[in-house]
Design a protein around this ligand. Structure first.
Ligand code: FDA
Length: 322
């Protein structure tokens, strides 16, 4: 079963890179319903509505304007503008103010997550950095933060370099580390310093054996080793997972390292285990929901399908019932 799951994941992740499959899925009549479950809408207004609802339920939010693999400076600029517009709207709605506590870092109700590839990283790293910096400045002016999503392993060094330069002026800028990469324990050690926000996730891309653990158990064990480093360190761990075993281990480590609920947070994706999100928040934890919105949902949706055969079955059922 483990092998079949690994195969299925790599077939779906390969489809995620295929333009033919992309056209097929995007034009399927069912796509809207399926997309709705994982994506909060296409524009700033809908993203704001979803954010308000989550905030009212006691959750924190990080918003992602969907899009990746940008190929032109104009596209990158449009993505940057979308973020600036979103931040202004969040600020006006009073959703960006930092909360009390925060264990030495800024913990705002709503912040944003960026993909550097959407800001031009693939063809002009300096442009991507300049765009990201403008977004960080706008976020800081409103009292909130930015987290740089992590993409495939060919971009890790570039993303961490840009992060360290952004952090000189905006120390609250968050990093994402992926437990499936063999290098990540080392990166956790580097980044587990005071004031450093680090999101730890399993990792969502198809990666070769020489850089990434392939077996789910190996990835989980790496996640626990990385979590131990972050929870023992001086930074602010953001534990991004829906995995009940890892969540239980995180709660155990918080007790062990004497971290109060404002000294780390859980993060989950919009539409995935929503009842668990509110349960943890009611139990006193900080829980941040990653809310993607926008029209370019294809790559994001395919990664969610690759993670979980049940999501695929949901997609299949929706297709058949149309
Ligand atoms: P996994 O998918 O292995 O699931 C483990 C268990 O969780 C399942 O066995 C089940 O018990 C439970 N579960 C999962 N989905 C469920 C569902 N729909 N219903 C019920 N139970 C379910 N990746 C990346 O490469 N770069 C990034 O920047 C980010 N950013 C990011 C932010 C946030 C907030 C999250 C939550 C995730 C990411 N990711 C990411 C994605 C991440 O790498 C990973 O692919 C997914 O989170 C899925 O991994 P899980 O840890 O949830 O475990």
């Amino acid at each position: 079963a483990g092998y079949a799951a690994i195969m299925l994941r790599s077939v779906i992740l390969a489809a995620a890179r295929s333009q033919k499959v992309e056209r097929l899925v995007e034009t399927a009549p069912v796509s809207r319903d399926v997309v709705k479950r994982f994506v909060a809408g296409s524009g700033t207004g809908e993203a704001l509505d979803a954010t308000r609802q989550l905030a009212d339920a006691g959750l924190c939010i990080t918003l992602d304007n969907l899009g990746e693999d940008t190929l032109t400076a104009d596209q990158a600029n449009a993505t940057k503008q979308a973020y600036l517009e979103l931040l202004a709207a969040l600020g006006q709605a009073g959703l960006t103010a930092p909360k009390e506590g925060g264990g030495g870092v800024t913990v705002a109700t709503a912040e944003v997550s960026l993909k550097l590839s959407a800001l031009g990283q693939a063809f002009d790293e300096q442009l991507a950095e300049k765009n990201a910096r403008e977004i960080c400045e706008a976020a800081a002016a409103l009292g909130t933060t930015v987290t740089l999503d992590m993409e495939d392993h060919t971009t890790t060094d570039s993303t961490l370099d840009i992060l360290s330069r952004l952090r000189r002026d905006h120390p609250g800028t968050g990093a994402v580390l992926q437990a499936y990469l063999r290098r990540t324990e080392g990166d956790c050690r580097e980044l587990a310093t005071a004031g450093s926000r680090v999101r730890l996730c399993k990792g969502a891309y198809k990666e070769p054996e020489h850089v990434a653990y392939q077996a789910p158990l190996e990835v989980d064990k790496s996640y626990v080793r990385c979590m131990n480093i972050l929870m023992a360190g001086e930074g602010y761990p953001m534990l991004a997972t829906h995995d009940p075993r890892l969540i239980a281990i995180a709660q155990d480590r918080a007790r062990w390292f004497d971290r109060s609920p404002d000294e780390f947070e859980f993060q989950m994706l919009y539409g995935i285990r929503p009842e668990e999100q509110t349960r943890l928040a009611r139990a006193g934890h900080t829980v941040r929901v990653y809310v993607p919105y926008g029209t370019e949902w294809y790559g994001y949706l395919m990664r969610r399908l690759a993670e979980r055969p049940a999501n695929l079955a949901f997609f299949g059922r929706a297709l058949i019932s149309k």
